[in-house]
Design a protein. Structure first.
Length: 258
């Protein structure tokens, strides 16, 4: 089920644009990213306690251009807990291979990690070893690998310029839905209000689903209202689907929220 953290963690290397980790690596679900608010030990403060006083002397050895003291602290680590499972894949995957593909990307050099949950981004590199926390493979049900990667931050985390305001998912699926990871051809938007014009490429006859943090009143296509079922709650989202399956074509439509 949706826990409110899906589509919140992004990654990139070099000149790449940020990509959602779960979209870039089908079958990977990020459970949590810890450490972006941590502060390290001071590295430029000298202190000494004398044997005849409870009052310690101290000196900050770094000054700014105005001769004001500046405290420098050790860079800390972030920890990314994740699971790779067929449960979170849009298609059939080899869990072991997908796990290794994800690790190679995350561990083989410096990269940027962005969290819309904490609204911070960090430039970091993996300096630590890794071992999966739990492995369950070749099972009819419940095939997965659970792991945690430790990344060292090469600089202090930056505030994310684009703040998280709300989710809008548009995708194709069956008659029922229990998790947006079941949708195919998914589009995700970070918007407070879902109203606007969108398009979706329908490759095979299927239902169109619209899931949002808010609510919608109408869906209009080519000047006609699209028959929509009432919303169902999927985790923290309200999800609406077309009353009928839509034939293959590129569907252009407008979402109205008032």
């Amino acid at each position: 089920m949706i826990d409110g953290l899906n589509e919140k963690y992004y990654v990139k290397r070099g000149n790449e644009t940020y990509a959602d980790m779960t979209t870039k690596f089908d079958g990977v679900k990020i459970l949590k990213v810890e450490g972006m608010f941590d502060k390290g030990d001071a590295v430029n403060i000298y202190n000494e306690q004398w044997n005849d006083s409870q009052i310690e002397d101290y000196l900050i050895t770094t000054l700014d251009n105005d001769n004001n003291p500046v405290v420098v602290r050790k860079n800390t680590d972030i920890k990314i807990t994740f699971v790779v499972s067929t449960k979170y894949a849009n298609g059939t995957i080899d869990v072991g291979k997908k796990h290794d593909e994800f690790l190679s990307y995350m561990m083989d050099g410096a990269l940027w990690v962005k969290s819309l949950y904490t609204n911070k981004e960090s430039y970091c590199v993996c300096l630590s070893s890794y071992s999966p926390q739990k492995i369950k493979l070749h099972r009819d049900f419940g095939t997965y690998i659970l792991g945690q990667i430790t990344l060292h931050q090469l600089q202090l985390p930056n505030d994310v310029k684009t703040q998280y305001v709300g989710d809008l998912y548009i995708g194709l699926g069956g008659a029922t839905l229990s998790d947006v990871s079941q949708l195919t051809n998914v589009q995700h938007y970070n918007v407070a209000d879902a109203s606007g014009t969108y398009s979706v490429n329908i490759g095979a006859t299927n239902y169109v689903w619209i899931c949002t943090s808010g609510s919608i009143s109408n869906v209009v296509s080519s000047g006609w209202k699209v028959p929509m079922n009432g919303s169902v709650n999927v985790g923290t989202l309200r999800c609406y689907r077309t009353s009928n399956r839509i034939l293959p074509h590129t569907m252009n439509f407008t979402i109205e929220t008032t």
